[in-house]
Design a binder for this molecule. Structure first.
Ligand code: CA
Length: 210
């Protein structure tokens, strides 16, 4: 039964992602249902809810920043129904784990701008930098310092000088200096975490634990 349910999912999902082999897509689907503690193909909801997904980001990918974890959830949830479906899961992980630089750039930009507007505004840069600084040193509350950083970021990335960062601005800046990719906060797993994840999930499927 489980095998049949799995096969029904693997083929259509494999067609949408180039960076995973079929056997790997199968492992990721199994993991998805394992995490939800459901048999493959048998969900009672539309997928993984925000809390469960944040647990995955935290426990498996070592993310700690609440604001960024929420934003990553919204980027994974492509159809905005507040659940990450198994299709959205595999697709999102393909960028997360094996995305080409261009895909990662688009992903980070989407995390930073959040839905709605297609640019990163001065206010958002302020919020993100303040948030990321307060995680580093919670005792220091210094809006002036953050404002200064916002100005520096805009100076560096706002090529057309309209006070906000469009995707074209972001792309240009990040291509020039790859360190700017996660400039407003870490939203992609590092290489070591990816390798660890792939080893566990693709070699010992399903993994006993993380
Ligand atoms: Ca969804």
């Amino acid at each position: 039964m489980e095998q049949r349910a799995l096969r029904k999912l693997v083929d259509p999902i494999s067609k949408t992602v180039k960076s995973f082999k079929k056997s790997e897509v199968e492992c990721l689907i199994r993991l998805f249902y394992n995490l939800l503690e459901r048999p493959v193909g048998k969900l009672t909801t539309k997928g993984m809810d925000q809390n469960t997904f944040r647990g995955v980001l935290h426990n498996i990918f070592g993310m700690t920043d609440d604001m960024l974890m929420n934003r990553v959830f919204f980027v994974f949830d492509k159809d905005s129904d507040n659940y990450v479906s198994v299709q959205e899961w595999v697709k999102g992980l393909s960028v997360f784990l094996r995305g080409a630089f261009e895909e990662k750039m688009k992903f980070c930009f989407e995390v930073y701008y959040l839905h709605g507007e297609c640019y990163i505004s001065r206010e958002k840069i302020f919020d993100m930098l303040k948030n990321s600084l307060s995680q580093q040193s919670p005792e220091e509350e210094n809006d002036e310092g953050v404002k200064e950083l916002v100005d520096i970021s805009l100076k560096k990335m706002d090529y057309d000088n309209d006070g906000k960062i469009s995707f074209a601005d972001f792309e240009k800046a990040v291509k020039k200096d790859r360190l700017l990719l996660e400039v407003f906060g870490p939203c992609l797993p590092d290489a070591k975490t990816c390798l660890h994840f792939e080893t566990l999930v693709f070699k010992n499927n399903p993994p006993a634990s993380f």
